[in-house]
Design a binder for this molecule. Structure first.
Ligand code: ADP
Length: 594
C-alpha cells in the first residue's frame, strides 16, 4: 500500500470529523502567521533602537517603543497559546476518535467472520491482537503526524521561507539550498534506523515473552535444575537487545550531529550574507536577527523529519495487515434466510466430505442419521473427526461436498444465529468469562431473572456449592474448579434451554467425583432433547440410543452398544481397551467381595 492509498482508506474514518479538521487547519494557518511575529518585532526593535542611538536618544525617548513591543509580544503570546491549545486539542480529538473508530470497526468485522478465519495461522489470538493494535496505532500516528506535526510545522516553514524570499532573494535562496541537504541526511538516518528498529521491536517482544515463558515453566526449570541454562538464554537475549539499543543511539547521535552542523552552516551563511547586505546598506541591521529567527522556523520541521519518515514507514508496514482484517469478505459467515420457530434435530448427512482451510482432510463421505429426541454418541480415537463433524452440524463450517439436512432442509438454508439459538454446546473445557458466576451463567440467556438463574444452577447441581462460597453468585467465576466451571456451562444450557445439544467430551478434564456429578447434570439436561455426544466415558456411551464409530475421517460402523459389541470391530476394540484401562475385572472382583 502507498501512503496515498492509506489516506484513501482512512477517508471514511476521517470524514465524520471534517468540521474539526477544517477548524484545525485554519488554526494551523493562523499559527504559521503568528510564529513569524517574533522576527518582525525583533527587526523592528533593533532598527528603531539603532536609529534612536544614531540620534543620541536615551531611555526616555525609548519608553514608548518598549511599551509597544511589550504589548505586541504579550498579545501575540496570548493568541498563540489559544492557537496551540486549539490545534493540539482538535488534532488529538480527531486522532483519538479515529483511533477508537478503527479499533471498533476491526472488532465488529471479526465478529462477523467464520471459524476458518480464526483457525488461519495468521489470525491466532496473539497475532490478531498485535495486527489490530499495531495497525490502529500506526494509522493514528499517521493522522497525528499529518494534523498535529507535519502541517503546522511545514506551514510555519513555508511562510517563513516566503518572508525570507520576499525580504531578500539571496537570503531566501540560501535557506532553501540548505533544505535538500537536510532532507537527504534525514532520509539516510531513517533508512539506517529502519532495520534496527524492526529488530529492536522483535527483540523487545522476545525478551518479554521469554520472561513469560520462564515464569510459566518455572516448575520444570527447577525440577531439572536448569536455572543457569535459562539464565544464560535470557542474558543472550538481553545482550542482543542492548546491542541494538546502543546502535540506535549511536546512529541517532551521529546523524543529529550532522544535521545540527548543516543547520549551523545555514545560520553562519545567513549571518555572513545579511551582515554583508547591512554593510552594503541594502538592509537595516535588524535584518540579521530577523533572518536568523526566520531560518530557525524554516529548519524546525526538518529536524522532525526522520521521526515522521519512520512513522510513515510503520504505517506502510502495519496498515496493510490491518486493512486485510477489515477486508476479509470471504470470511464473513454466509447465512440463509430460513428462521425456524424451533428445531427438532433430525440430521441427515449423506456423502459429506470436508477439509479445513489449511488443507487437512478431516471427513470422507460420511453418512449418518441423527434422530430427534435421541442420544447419539460419536466414538473414535483422537483425531478421528468427531469434533469436526459437530462443527459442521452447528454450521461453523460448511461441508465441501455431500448433503447435510436438518429437519428436511439443507443446513445452508438456515439463518445461522437463529439456528444457533436452538443448539447448545458443552465442550471439554468451556470458556469462563472474566466476571461473576451470575454473569457467566446469564450468558445462556441475557435477560434471565435471578430466580431463573438459580433454577438453572440447581438443575446443574451447582447451586448448593455456590451458596457455600463467600460471595455466592458474585464470586469470580474464573476461581472455580474445573468441575464447577463445567457445571456453569451446563447451567448456561439449562437457561438457554435449546432442543438440540452437542456434548464434546464434557467430562474429559475432570476427576472421578466431578465426572459422576456432571453425569447427573447431563442426564438431567438430556431429557426430551436431541443430544449428540462425543465421549470416551463408557457410561455415557452405554446410555446412547445410537452409536457411530469413526476412524481417520471415515465412518467405520454404527448401531446400538449391543450390536456393535457383538460385531467385534473397532467399537469392541475401543470398548475393551477402555474397560482394561479401568481395570474393570479387578474392580468387579473387589466390589463383589464387599
Ligand atoms: P476428534 O474430535 O475426533 O479428536 P477432530 O475433529 O478434532 O478429531 O480432528 C480431525 C482432524 O482435523 C485432525 O487431523 C485435526 O488435526 C484436524 N483439525 C481439527 N481442527 C482443525 C483446524 N481448526 N484446522 C485444521 N485442522 C484441524
Amino acid at each position: 500500500m502507498s501512503i496515498w492509498q492509506i489516506f484513501q482508506r482512512l477517508q471514511p474514518f476521517v470524514k465524520p470529523y471534517y468540521k474539526q479538521i477544517t477548524f484545525a487547519l485554519f488554526l494551523t494557518l493562523l499559527g504559521a502567521v503568528t510564529a513569524q511575529v517574533n522576527p518582525w518585532v525583533l527587526r523592528y526593535t533593533v532598527d528603531t533602537v539603532q536609529s534612536m542611538l544614531d540620534k543620541n536618544w536615551g531611555i526616555l525617548q525609548g519608553r514608548d517603543l518598549l511599551l509597544r513591543i511589550s504589548i505586541i509580544l504579550f498579545v501575540k503570546e496570548i493568541v498563540n497559546t489559544f492557537i496551540v491549545f486549539g490545534q493540539r486539542y482538535f488534532g488529538e480529538k480527531i486522532r483519538i476518535k479515529v483511533s477508537s473508530d478503527l479499533a471498533q470497526e476491526a472488532v465488529s468485522r471479526i465478529l462477523t467472520y467464520n471459524l476458518s478465519f480464526y483457525s488461519d495461522n495468521d489470525n491466532q489470538k496473539g497475532k490478531l491482537q498485535t495486527r489490530i493494535d499495531r495497525g490502529v496505532e500506526s494509522l493514528t500516528k499517521l493522522i497525528q503526524n499529518f494534523f498535529i506535526d507535519i502541517l503546522p510545522l511545514f506551514a510555519n516553514s513555508i511562510v517563513a521561507l516566503a518572508i525570507m524570499f520576499s525580504a531578500n532573494f539571496y537570503v531566501g535562496a540560501i535557506a532553501l539550498a540548505i533544505l535538500p541537504v537536510y532532507f537527504w541526511v534525514s532520509f539516510k538516518q531513517a533508512g539506517e534506523l529502519q532495520g534496527v528498529r524492526r529488530k529492536l521491536k522483535t527483540q523487545r517482544e522476545n525478551k518479554s515473552s521469554g520472561l513469560i515463558n520462564l515464569i510459566e515453566s518455572i516448575i520444570v526449570i527447577k525440577s531439572f535444575v536448569r536455572e543457569k541454562f535459562e539464565g544464560r538464554k535470557q542474558y543472550k537475549t538481553q545482550m542482543e537487545l542492548m546491542e541494538s539499543q546502543l546502535k540506535t543511539r549511536r546512529t541517532n547521535f551521529t546523524y543529529d550531529g550532522i544535521k545540527s552542523f548543516v543547520e549551523q552552516i545555514g545560520v553562519v551563511l545567513i549571518i555572513i550574507l545579511t551582515a554583508y547586505l547591512v554593510l552594503d546598506h541594502q538592509m537595516s541591521i535588524g535584518a540579521i536577527m530577523f533572518h536568523i529567527l526566520l531560518f530557525n522556523n524554516v529548519s524546525a520541521p526538518i529536524r522532525q523529519l526522520h521521526r515522521i519518515y519512520d512513522e510513515m514507514n510503520d504505517a506502510l508496514t502495519y496498515s496493510e495487515g490491518f486493512f486485510d482484517i477489515l477486508d476479509a469478505d470471504h470470511a464473513v459467515e454466509r447465512s440463509g434466510d430460513f428462521t425456524p420457530e424451533s428445531i427438532k434435530g433430525d440430521y441427515v448427512l449423506q456423502n459429506v466430505s470436508f477439509a479445513y482451510p489449511n488443507g487437512t482432510k478431516a471427513l470422507f463421505s460420511i453418512d449418518i442419521t441423527i434422530k430427534s429426541g435421541q442420544t447419539t454418541a460419536l466414538v473414535g480415537l483422537s483425531g478421528a473427526g468427531k469434533s469436526t463433524l459437530i462443527n459442521l452440524l452447528i454450521g461453523f463450517y460448511a461441508p465441501d461436498s455431500g448433503t447435510l439436512l436438518l429437519d428436511g432442509l439443507p443446513l445452508s438454508a438456515y439463518n445461522l444465529p437463529a439456528l444457533r439459538n436452538e443448539i447448545g454446546m458443552v465442550l471439554q473445557k468451556n470458556h469462563i468469562f472474566k466476571g461473576s458466576i451470575a454473569e457467566n451463567i446469564r450468558y445462556g440467556q441475557m435477560d434471565a431473572s435471578m430466580e431463573e438463574l438459580i433454577a438453572a444452577a440447581q438443575k446443574a447441581y451447582l447451586h448448593d456449592q455456590i451458596m457455600e462460597l463467600p460471595a455466592k453468585y458474585e464470586t469470580d467465576a474464573q476461581m472455580l474448579s474445573g468441575g464447577q466451571q463445567q457445571r456453569i456451562a451446563i447451567a448456561r444450557l439449562f437457561l438457554k434451554n435449546p432442543p438440540v445439544i452437542f456434548l464434546d467430551e464434557p467430562t474429559a478434564s475432570l476427576d472421578a467425583i466431578a465426572t459422576e456429578q456432571i453425569k447427573n447434570s447431563l442426564d438431567a439436561i438430556k431429557k426430551g432433547r436431541t443430544v449428540v455426544i462425543i465421549s470416551h466415558s463408557l457410561s455415557q456411551i452405554l446410555d446412547s440410543d445410537q452409536i457411530y464409530v469413526m476412524k481417520k475421517g471415515h465412518m467405520e460402523e454404527s448401531g446400538t452398544h449391543a450390536e456393535l459389541y457383538e460385531k467385534e470391530g473397532l467399537y469392541r476394540e475401543i470398548f475393551d481397551a477402555s474397560a482394561r484401562s479401568l481395570n474393570l475385572d479387578k474392580m468387579i472382583e473387589l466390589i463383589a467381595k464387599e
